[in-house]
Design a protein around this ligand. Structure first.
Ligand SMILES: [Mg+2]
Length: 144
């Protein structure tokens, strides 16, 4: 599998920078955003993202609002919510709104890596199925 391509979104700058370094060392391709708005801009420029790691609690557009906007423009990208104890309820709302999974902060790197890999596989399998269906449809349209 090609390295998962990940967008890490959190308003805590040192957290994002540290996690990005650690994930990059584990051979992930990682880009950063520090707000929901910035996440949408990054997604717009990087349509081949596999997974978005998304903080629930951010000033301005929070994680749940950001999730909703992401799903509107890019329904196939998988989302892992990051939450503190106080916002587990929001993470559960996120799962109902289509997030792949959630993790409690501070999150264990191994656990995060595992979830990113699973989510990447799910996203790529899903994309592959859509491509296969499109090929079948094209063939049947041409009477083959
Ligand atoms: Mg936050």
């Amino acid at each position: 599998m090609n390295a998962p391509f990940v967008l890490l979104v959190d308003d805590e700058v040192p957290f994002v920078e540290t996690m990005t370094k650690r994930l990059t060392k584990r051979n992930l391709r990682v880009i950063m955003a520090f707000s929901g708005q910035e996440a949408l801009e990054k997604l717009d420029k990087n349509r081949n993202l596999d997974v978005i790691i998304l903080d629930v609690k951010m000033p301005g557009m929070d994680g749940i609002q950001t999730l909703g906007e992401i799903k509107k423009v890019h329904p196939l990208v998988e989302i892992i919510m990051l939450t503190g104890h106080a916002t587990v309820e929001s993470a559960i709302d996120g799962m109902r709104a289509g997030a792949y999974d959630y993790l409690m902060k501070p999150c264990d790197l191994e656990q995060l890596m595992l979830k990113v890999e699973e989510a990447t596989k799910k996203k790529r399998d899903h994309e592959e199925k859509i491509k296969e269906a499109q090929v079948k449809e094209a063939l049947s349209t041409h009477g083959l």
